[in-house]
Design a protein around this ligand. Structure first.
Ligand code: F6P
Length: 358
């Protein structure tokens, strides 16, 4: 009997279920005697020996289902090594569960922090195969993560919807897009949604450049302007601050997020109405789009094959359109940023989209 543990960790996203289904189908198809144990709520389940013995039928009918049938939770990597007040040594507890259940390996679906933890578990002697999950598309070592396309669809749809109301009222609108510290989601949704100004964490913006772009449109007779602003966007002045100073500034800000602060500044400068829209967690909600179902099935199948062949310590990944696998320790802990000088930015600039830097 080959006994495989599986868990979904970190913020959820579309296509988690589709990915697990891909893994499970390969395992059930290729192995005669396999059992999958699904740990509940990510690493928490592994720590506390909280699992379900999965049946093949558990993986049926979930291709199009959002969320995760196993539940998820955030376990900050940095705290993994910290012994809790109640004496819980998290890493030792996970190792104990792994050993006691006689697991052969863990299949871990997770974002950046979860990949780091997966690597830590590998260093502690556990076998791991990981899969790149996140709407942020910020995992180093893969060109694409599952969840990203579906989230980009939702963020784009939000911008599409804003177009009609912005045009009717002749307003400036900011649509704040998720993405944590990187701008992939905003870049894709901003271009696909026809935003006039796109602000990304990778390109600190100058307020005067943003205002000039809005005024250029106004003078050209355009009734509205739409800004796609990444939740991690940062002004040139703020980018000069140390991390500590910046965090202090954010903590004492009267605004709920960067977009509200920016919106207030724009409104004051142009003397016209500015509105803010934050699609927030809707970007992670609902089911995966067909493209995400396609790529997550491929990634899942590739991960399943690694398990069948007992190739551990790997993360499945996309290199262009090819599914490959990379060593977990070469990618864990690294973020993949948008290249400010990359082709997509240049093409967008050529179309007249303002990134707030010139
Ligand atoms: O990493 C995915 C993500 O949705 C980010 O885009 C966002 O910054 C963060 O998670 C939100 O996290 P939470 O669900 O814990 O509020």
């Amino acid at each position: 009997m080959r006994r495989i543990g599986m868990l979904t960790s970190g913020g959820d996203c579309q296509a988690l279920n589709a990915t697990m289904r891909g893994v499970a189908k390969v395992l059930y198809n290729k192995l005669d005697d396999v059992e999958i144990l699904g740990f509940m709520d990510g690493y928490r389940g592994l720590m506390h020996n909280d699992y379900r013995v999965m049946r093949p039928s558990d993986f049926s009918g979930i291709l199009t289902m959002g969320g995760t049938i196993l539940g998820s939770s955030r376990q900050p990597f940095k705290k993994m090594r910290v012994i809790e007040a109640d004496g819980l040594d998290k890493v030792a507890a996970m190792k104990k569960t792994y050993r006691e259940l006689g697991l052969e390996c863990l299949v871990i679906l997770g974002g950046n922090g979860s990949q780091k933890t997966a690597n830590l578990l590998m260093e502690e002697g556990m076998n791991v195969v990981s899969l790149p999950k996140t709407i942020d598309n910020d995992i180093y070592g893969t060109d694409m993560t599952f969840g990203f396309q579906s989230a980009a669809d939702i963020a784009t749809n939000a911008i599409d919807c804003i177009h009609t109301t912005a045009a009717s009222h002749g307003r400036v609108f900011i649509v704040e897009v998720m993405g944590h510290k990187v701008g992939w989601l905003t870049l894709h949704a901003g271009i696909a949604g026809g935003a006039d100004i796109i602000l990304l964490p990778e390109i600190p913006y100058d307020l005067d450049c943003v205002l000039a772009a809005i005024e250029r449109r106004h003078k050209a007779g355009k009734r509205f302007s739409i800004l796609a602003v990444a939740e991690g966007a940062i002004s040139k002045e703020d980018a000069q601050l140390s991390k500590k100073e910046y965090n202090k500034k954010i903590a004492s800000s009267p605004y709920p997020s960067i977009s509200y602060e920016l919106g207030a500044k724009i409104e004051e400068a142009i003397g016209r109405e500015v509105r803010i829209t934050v699609p927030g967690h809707t970007q992670r909600g609902g089911g995966p789009d067909p493209y995400d179902r396609f790529i997550s099935s491929r990634l899942g199948a590739a991960a399943g094959r690694l398990v069948v062949e007992r190739k551990y310590g790997r993360m499945v990944a996309f290199d262009g359109f090819e599914v490959v696998n990379v060593s977990l320790n070469s990618v864990a802990g690294k973020l993949k940023y948008v290249d400010p000088k990359g082709a997509a930015i240049q093409e967008a600039k050529d179309m007249g989209i303002c990134f707030g830097d010139e």
